[in-house]
Each structure stands twice: as C-alpha cells, then as structure tokens.
Design a protein around this ligand. Sequence first.
Ligand SMILES: CC(C)(COP(=O)(O)OP(=O)(O)OC[C@H]1O[C@@H](n2cnc3c(N)ncnc32)[C@H](O)[C@@H]1OP(=O)(O)O)[C@@H](O)C(=O)NCCC(=O)NCCS
Length: 179
Amino acid sequence: MLSAPDPPLSDGVVTLRLPEERDLAAIERGIADPDVIRSFGRPTLTAEQLLELNRRRWDEGVGATFAICDAANDCVGHVFVNLGDALRGSIGYWLLPEARGKGLATRAVRLLSRWALRDLALARLGLSAEPWNFQSQRVAERAGFRREGILRSYAEIDGRRVDYVSFSLLPGALEQRLS
Ligand SMILES: CC(C)(COP(=O)(O)OP(=O)(O)OC[C@H]1O[C@@H](n2cnc3c(N)ncnc32)[C@H](O)[C@@H]1OP(=O)(O)O)[C@@H](O)C(=O)NCCC(=O)NCCS
C-alpha cells in the first residue's frame, strides 16, 4: 500500500493530488486525445475504469497516479510512476491540449521525481519516449533526466512495434540539482 503525500505535492503553480470522480470528464477527454492515443494506444478502459484501476494500483503499492492540477485545482492531466523490481520506477504523463506549452508537465515530473526518489526511496527512475515525441523528450531533459540511448522495438502500441528513447534520473543527480 502506498500513501499519498500529505500535504499534496505542489510548487505553487502545479499541484499533484489523487484523481477523483470530478476529474472524470478530463480523464475521458485525455484518453481520447489523438496525441495521447499515439503514445499510450487506444483506450481499453473507460474513464471510470481507469480511475478505479489507478486506485487499486495505489492500494496494491504497484503504481502512483496523480491528477496534475492547475491553480483552480482542476485536473489538466495525469502523471504517474509505475513501480518495478530492484527499486526501479518508470514515469509517464499526459496533458489536455489546452494545458500544453506552459511548462506544467515539466513541473509535474519534477515534483513526482523528487517524491519518488526521496519518499519511495527508489534507486532509479526511468522515462521512455518515442523518437518522434520531441515534446516528451524535452520534458524529460528539462526535469533533469539523462538520455541513455534507444531501446529498439521495445513495446507494442496498437499493433505497431515501437522504439523508445530511454531516460533515467538517479537520486544522486537529484541531490546535486537541488543543492
Ligand atoms: C508530452 C506532453 C505532456 C508535453 O507537454 P508540454 O506542454 O510540451 O510540456 P510542458 O508542460 O513541460 O511545457 C513545456 C513547453 O511549454 C513552454 N513553456 C511556456 N511557459 C513555460 C514555463 N513557465 N516553464 C517551462 N516551460 C514553459 C516551453 O517553452 C515548452 O514549449 P516548447 O517545447 O515548445 O519549448 C504533451 O505534449 C502531451 O500530453 N502529449 C501527449 C501524451 C504524451 O506524449 N505523453 C508522453 C508519453 S512518453
């Protein structure tokens, strides 16, 4: 079982809180967005099912999904960390189209990375983006992740094999960046 940070993670512009029922319309739009589909595949769950799945993942201690919230505390996207073996985590995110181009994903990834490496005591945080997804790669770099190389034919999304650019952030780098 994972405990949500209390108080919620915030940098004064972006707040990360647990997804709630009032986010359902935003989640529904998010999972149907063509850019989100291109990265994550066509949705196989409804927004309600996704909310339920993400709650279960918190309870089972296998993943932590947060709503990325603006100043009005409205959900404008999701950022999540999936937990693996050997103290590894991998991070992912999406924003609604109108929330892009403002630095909100970078802020969310910085907040989540710091929490995952410190409070969850992870030894490695990974982040993967497809080679064409320069926006996502820029988010990774701005948030302090280091590019490692290309994982060829690493995953399958909607029936196509995809390469990933692999990034990682280690606790030491985070300390250096904050000091
Ligand atoms: C990937 C994704 C989240 C990136 O969103 P984004 O808005 O480009 O990323 P950020 O929130 O970090 O914003 C950075 C952009 O805002 C601009 N910006 C504006 N004000 C800013 C500020 N105060 N601080 C930082 N950046 C700011 C930056 O210049 C940058 O734009 P640029 O890349 O054209 O230079 C978004 O494109 C998305 O949801 N895509 C679909 C899902 C997806 O691909 N997810 C990732 C799967 S690996």
